[in-house]
Each structure stands twice: as structure tokens, then as C-alpha cells.
Design a protein around this ligand. Structure first.
Ligand SMILES: *Cc1c(COP(=O)(O)O)cnc(C)c1O
Length: 357
């Protein structure tokens, strides 16, 4: 209920609505792109009595240990990394520190919902560029507005799952050199190439990643940006004016081992990719149209009943997926890739719903 004590800003805000986290036992939860596998088993080994006793101390504000793991994994310098409480926080630093330029920021018309939310929170102008007919990002639409305040897009895009190749991204970077380009790589580990290899060639490129999806740490809240030292310093300045301790001690420990345990990480990603391809093949056989996904989710258009009807009927069967009642994607459902067993249960439920219609 609005209160007379609200600031004018609060009246205007339309907050981001996260996918639901129902507290119901026995649900098959395929609505928020979480990893169906637990984090690296080494995480549990580390969270011992000593780690708990250390909670009396503030975290290391430089998160030296975690940065060291990222430096050796990505072969970059420590001053090219900024860590945050989830990549959502990193994006908040970037919108304030790099994208608030008094010119419109460009991003796709169908994309991650937080971008418009941050623009309204931080008073940033924006302009949405239409995706191509096949739901891919059309970079030509961006180069026609060279005087922009920056460009941001996820690769692969969310909620479509459609990706751009590293070549296409580099081609765009060559044409957009005068403003910051932020690539949100929340889902890059499920089959796309990271643009981190380009940061030393393009001083205006910032790559944002998270440990929420491919490293199973959504509950721990840890994300990071990689870019030129100049861009990273802007983020660090914002962070140190807001909350220098945004990465807590337990999270830093968990994230460090999750980055170091490369074998476990690759195994989980490979499993999810294989399960995605299995699910795509099954649903194609049932007549679904499916966008080509490089993510840990798929966008599918059912045939014979509406997306909303299928969403409701799956829910009755305790399977939760995501429905967006938005133009162009209202005929689709977004389904996160779970375990093989969960996806088998999903396909069986869909077969039974279709045979009832
Ligand atoms: C999930 C997601 C994020 C946020 O990740 P957190 O690190 O959990 O805050 C950012 N961008 C996109 C496109 C996402 O889907």
C-alpha cells in the first residue's frame, strides 16, 4: 500500500519479479534455470568448524582467494575482475558506473527483465532493439544508433536461449568502439564461447558471469565481471561506495572451490547439454516448435493447445515451468533443464496432457 513517506522514485518503480520458489514438497521445478545437480562435493568439505568460527571476522574485501582462482582459470589479471553478490549486483554496478551516460542504452526487446528495472531505478534512458524474425540478436539494429550510451545483451540471450558466435560478437565490437558493450554470459557454459578471450583487445568490453547456473551456487549469490582494468575500476568504485563486503566469507570459500573443481563443473555442464538435446528431440516428436538453445533451458511452442493451458496443466501435475505473457513469446514456455529423470517425467506428463485434449 503506497505511503506518503515514499520518495517520488519509489512510486515510479516496477520491481523485477523473480520466478517463484514454491515451498511444496515433491515438485519438479523447471522454472528458474537452476542447476539440478548440487555444487562441487568439495564445497561441503570446506564448510567446517573453522570456516564457521571465522564468520566473526569481516570478509576479505578484495576476496583475494577467489580472485586468484579466477585469474588462473581465465588467464587474466586480478585488476580485471570485480566480484559481486550475484551477477545482478555486478549489473547494478555496471549500469551506474558505465551505462549512465545521458544517452540511450541499447538492448534487445526480448531479454533479461532486470535491464529495464535497473534503467528505471538509476534513471537511465534506454531503447529496445527488435530481435530478428528467428529470435536472434540483429547487430545491425545496434550500429544504426552509433551515439548510444552503451549496449547490453545476454549471450546466449534469455529467455530465448539463442546465441551469437564469438566471430559475430567480435564483428560487432569492431563496429561499436565508442561506448561500453556488456555481455551477460549467465548461460555461456552450456555450449557458447565466452568473450572473455576478447577483453584484452577491446577496452570497452565488459563480460559478466555468474556461479548461479553452471556452478550450482544460485543460493550463495556470487557473480563477477571481467574487463579492462579501467572498466573494472569503475565497478569497484561503485561497489566501495555501497557495500565493500558484498561477497561473504562462506560464499567466497564455496565459489573458490567451485571454480577450482573444473572436472566436476564440466561433467555437470555436459550432462545438462545431453539432457537438453534429449528433451528437444522428444518434444520435437510431439510437434513442438523449439528455439535452438545454447542454455540450460529451452523455449518451446506447443502444438494443439496454448502455452498457458499447458503451463496450467503441468502445474496441476506438480511440474513448474515459466510462462511469459509478453508479445512475441506468449505462445512459448520456458523450460529449465533438470535431471534426466525430471525431464522424463516432464515428457510423460506432456504426452498424457496431449492425449487428453
Ligand atoms: C540468472 C541470470 C542472471 C543473474 O544471476 P545471479 O548471478 O544469480 O544474480 C543475470 N543475467 C541473466 C540473463 C540471468 O538469466
Amino acid at each position: 500500500m503506497p505511503s506518503k513517506f515514499w520518495s517520488p522514485l519509489v512510486h515510479q518503480l516496477e520491481p523485477y519479479i523473480p520466478g517463484e520458489q514454491p515451498q511444496v514438497a515433491g515438485l519438479i521445478k523447471l522454472n528458474t534455470n537452476e542447476n539440478p545437480y548440487p555444487p562441487s562435493p568439495r564445497v561441503a568439505e570446506l564448510l567446517d568448524r573453522a570456516a564457521i568460527d571465522d564468520l566473526r571476522l569481516y570478509p576479505d574485501p578484495s576476496n583475494t582467494r577467489l580472485k586468484k582462482a579466477l585469474v588462473s582459470y581465465f588467464e587474466i589479471e586480478a585488476n580485471q575482475i570485480c566480484l559481486g553478490n550475484g551477477s545482478d549486483e555486478i549489473l547494478a554496478f555496471a549500469f551506474q558506473g558505465l551505462l549512465k551516460q545521458g544517452k540511450p542504452v541499447l538492448f534487445p526487446d526480448i531479454t533479461y527483465g532486470f535491464y529495464t528495472v535497473y534503467c528505471s531505478l538509476f534513471g537511465i534512458e534506454y531503447q529496445r532493439q527488435a530481435l530478428a524474425e528467428d529470435f536472434s540478436i540483429d547487430f545491425n539494429a545496434y550500429t544504426t544508433t552509433p551515439d548510444n550510451g552503451g549496449v547490453i545483451f545476454p549471450n546466449p540471450n534469455a529467455p530465448t536461449g539463442v546465441g551469437k558466435t564469438l566471430n559475430e560478437i567480435e564483428g560487432f565490437l569492431k563496429r561499436n568502439t565508442e561506448s561500453v558493450v556488456i555481455i551477460d554470459e549467465a548461460y555461456v557454459d552450456f555450449g557458447s564461447e565466452s568473450a572473455i578471450s576478447l577483453v584484452n583487445h577491446y577496452p570497452n568490453l565488459l563480460v559478466v558471469q555468474t556461479l548461479s547456473k553452471s556452478r550450482s551456487l544460485a543460493g550463495s549469490r556470487i557473480g563477477f565481471a571481467v574487463g579492462s582494468a579501467g572498466l573494472i575500476e569503475a565497478l569497484e568504485r561503485i561497489k566501495n561506495c555501497f557495500n565493500p563486503y558484498s561477497v561473504d566469507r562462506l560464499t567466497e570459500l564455496a565459489a573458490t572451490v567451485a571454480i577450482e573443481d573444473v572436472d566436476y563443473f564440466q561433467e555437470c555442464c555436459n550432462n545438462i547439454i545431453a539432457t537438453r538435446e534429449w528433451t528437444v528431440a522428444e518434444l520435437s516428436q510431439l510437434g513442438f516448435d523449439i528455439l535452438p538453445s545454447k542454455a540450460n533451458f529451452i523455449m518451446v511452442k506447443p502444438n494443439g493447445l496454448s502455452a498457458k493451458a499447458l503451463f496450467d496443466q503441468l502445474r496441476e501435475r506438480k511440474i513448474i515451468v515459466r510462462y511469459f505473457s509478453k508479445p512475441r513469446i506468449e505462445k512459448y514456455l520456458r523450460i529449465s533443464i533438470g535431471t534426466v529423470e525430471e525431464m522424463k517425467a516432464l515428457v510423460a506428463a506432456i504426452k498424457s496432457i496431449l492425449s487428453d485434449c
